[in-house]
Design a protein around this ligand. Structure first.
Ligand SMILES: *[C@@H]1O[C@H](CO)[C@@H](O)[C@H](O)[C@H]1NC(C)=O
Ligand SMILES: *[C@@H]1O[C@H](CO)[C@@H](O)[C@H](O)[C@H]1NC(C)=O
Ligand SMILES: *[C@@H]1O[C@H](CO)[C@@H](O)[C@H](O)[C@H]1NC(C)=O
Length: 366
């Protein structure tokens, strides 16, 4: 009888520490909730059995503190880790790792209150062709998961305590690159939509998900635009090692639409706040002035094979560059930890040229 009750309790409810609440209340930013793609996935895809979009083999993780692959698409830490460092919080754990612990009943200390990361490599704003969510967890599904977390927390601590907690927490959204990859790789999508129609439908779909987050408690948003995708090694292969213009123009167009959507959305939800980060401009700075940031190679992937070390994925048989700190790109599309660190510094407290209407530090202080 006892053990049945115990089992049920730990299965239905994730135990957490109520005594933490006082402490969390006193803290300015109690938690970070992360949504997005491989730029901020800290291991969710490891739990998608059928997914091929995984960073679970060397040389991924070679510079991570454990020196092992973790599911991060980086040689070391990624933007989710480095932002958490800036805020002074531990990295929010992958949602699927928490759920797995609950199911296996091997850790009653699982807590959703100290932050959760829902991001998934390969994820887009659109669901994509992968309708069974095998390869990745699309944004809509990530928000569904957050909604389940919200339900559980409401039962555990009550709606009003929870709302206080969430309204001080930061909601980071890093998404859109895979949708742009999708468009520039699909003749079919290009036939059916002009670039403008496509980015419009990206931002209107994103707006729906932001509104869902708002409706279930989120108030402070860090929204990251898409980068200069056409300058990633994979795309440089399409233009004799120069940036591929079409993808960059689409990114610029999307970022413009995103900014105007955010302005409009803020007017509709007056007690929400956001910081927009222009990661496109921040990356272009590194590419145009590499030496002033300590970089030597702006074109090649550090881990790969073939032209630009980028014709193949980063795998155990890849060629590794000799200095991982002087490359901007780690693999075909993802930046090195070194580049990410500089970009995250700018995101956190950079000038309004890169992040507006306020930067993340100012968002935390609200
Ligand atoms: C749970 O957390 C408490 C306090 O931090 C710790 O003493 C205990 O060992 C933890 N239990 C497990 C199973 O991790
Ligand atoms: C994704 O799929 C879900 C159902 O699984 C649907 O509700 C949602 O509208 C879809 N999102 C987009 C952006 O197509
Ligand atoms: C290739 O790069 C050159 C130099 O940056 C640029 O002028 C040209 O438009 C690019 N072409 C494509 C197809 O992106």
């Amino acid at each position: 009888m006892d053990s049945i009750v115990m089992m049920r309790n730990s299965f239905l409810f994730i135990t957490f520490f109520i005594f933490n609440l006082g402490f969390l209340d006193a803290q300015k930013t109690p938690a970070i909730y992360v949504f997005g793609d491989s730029l901020v996935d800290v291991g969710n895809n490891n739990y998608l059995t059928l997914s091929l979009v995984k960073a679970t083999l060397p040389h991924y993780g070679i510079d991570f503190p454990t020196k092992r692959p973790t599911g991060r698409f980086s040689n070391g830490k990624n933007a989710a880790d480095l932002i958490a460092e800036k805020v002074g919080l531990p990295t929010s754990p992958p949602y699927l790792s928490l759920i797995c612990k609950v199911k296996n009943n091997n850790n009653k200390n699982v807590s959703f209150l100290s932050g959760v990361n829902f991001a998934s490599g390969g994820a887009g704003i659109f669901n994509g062709t992968d309708d069974n969510f095998r390869q990745s967890i699309p944004l809509t599904k990530q928000v569904d998961y957050y909604s389940q977390v919200h339900d559980q927390l409401t039962q555990q601590i009550g709606a009003s305590t929870l709302q206080k907690h969430l309204s001080k927490s930061i909601f980071i959204v890093v998404i859109g690159s895979n949708d742009i990859f999708g468009y520039s790789n699909s003749m079919d999508l290009q036939k059916k939509n002009t670039p403008q129609q496509y980015v419009d439908s990206m931002t209107s779909s994103l707006k729906i998900q932001l509104q869902r987050l708002y409706n279930i408690g989120a108030r402070k948003f860090e929204i990251v635009g898409v980068s200069a995708i056409g300058c990633s090694p994979a795309y440089r292969l399409k233009n004799k090692t120069e940036c591929f213009l079409e993808a960059n123009l689409l990114s610029i167009k999307y970022n413009e639409e995103l900014q105007s959507m955010l302005k409009e959305w803020k007017l509709e939800n007056k007690d929400s706040s956001y910081s927009y980060f222009d990661t496109y401009a921040a990356l272009q700075d590194l590419i145009h002035n590499p030496t002033s940031y300590g970089f030597v190679d702006v074109k090649d992937a550090c881990c790969g094979l073939g032209e630009l070390n980028s014709q193949f994925l980063c795998t155990p048989i890849s060629i590794l560059c000799s200095n991982r700190k002087d490359h901007i790109f780690w693999d075909q599309v993802h930046p090195t930890e070194a580049a990410t660190r500089i970009i995250v510094d700018t995101l956190f407290n950079g000038p309004s040229k890169y992040t507006f209407p306020i930067n993340m530090e100012q968002l935390l202080a609200l």
